[in-house]
Design a protein around this ligand. Structure first.
Ligand code: G3P
Length: 218
């Protein structure tokens, strides 16, 4: 499973990159705003800065909601770096734009996906990634993991190349469960990734090994 970090925070991206397990980054307009990155020039520069830190794919979301605007914006984003994946909302114009980009060799991530039907359309439009938001489904008492499972089944039925990018990951167990289901990629905050490291028996065992080593060297 590929690990993406879902943030526009450069320090968090660097920390995940330093761990040696990072495959890419996803951002969205809310995450950019959270870091105080506003204005087209600053936003484009920030994407370039992110691309310098990581080697893998970096999702950059369009703000336009109409087909022509998405195409213009997406082309400008894709020009920034080969790593850029144009992130497009799951709308009628978004599906058309996804098809256009896939036919023109530009990578895409169809975002704000909440149903199997939407995921099927994204695959048919040739999306590189589809982003089902599992945390936001959990928020409204709907099983987000079940959606990932159903998309996996449908994509496997037809051998679609579109990668399932489990998004809106909120915690460590989301990552573990997505891995069991066979999501191709997960994107989550740094805390959810770092949580995978933790086990009390690891800490207890290490403390014991070090204590025994110290005794043996007295
Ligand atoms: O990748 C999508 C993600 O940014 C949404 O996460 O936590 O805002 O639902 P969240």
């Amino acid at each position: 499973m590929k690990f993406f970090i879902d943030t526009a925070n450069l320090a968090d991206i660097k920390e995940a990159q330093d761990l040696g397990i990072l495959d890419g980054v996803t951002t969205n307009p809310s995450l950019m705003a959270k870091e105080g990155i506003t204005g087209e020039k600053n936003i484009l520069k920030h994407y370039k800065d992110i691309c310098k830190i990581v080697e893998g794919d970096v999702s950059a979301e369009v703000i336009s909601t109409d087909f022509d605007g998405m195409i213009k914006e997406g082309k400008a984003l894709a020009k920034l770096n080969d790593q850029i994946v144009v992130k497009i909302p799951m709308t009628k114009d978004g599906v058309k734009a996804c098809k256009y980009f896939s036919e023109n060799g530009i990578k895409t991530n169809v975002t704000l996906v909440f149903s199997v039907g939407q995921a099927l359309l994204a695959a048919k439009a040739g999306a590189t990634y589809v982003s089902p938001f599992l945390g936001r489904l959990d928020d409204i008492s709907t099983d987000g993991l079940n959606l990932i499972e159903e998309i996996r089944l449908v994509y496997d039925n037809y051998l679609y190349d579109t990668q399932i990018l489990a998004a809106s990951i909120r915690h460590t167990m989301h990552i573990v469960n997505c891995a069991k289901i066979g999501a191709d990629v997960m994107t989550g905050p740094l805390s959810s990734i770092m949580g995978l490291l933790k086990h009390p028996l690891t800490d207890i065992g290490l403390a014991q090994f070090l204590a025994d080593h110290a005794k043996g060297n007295q």
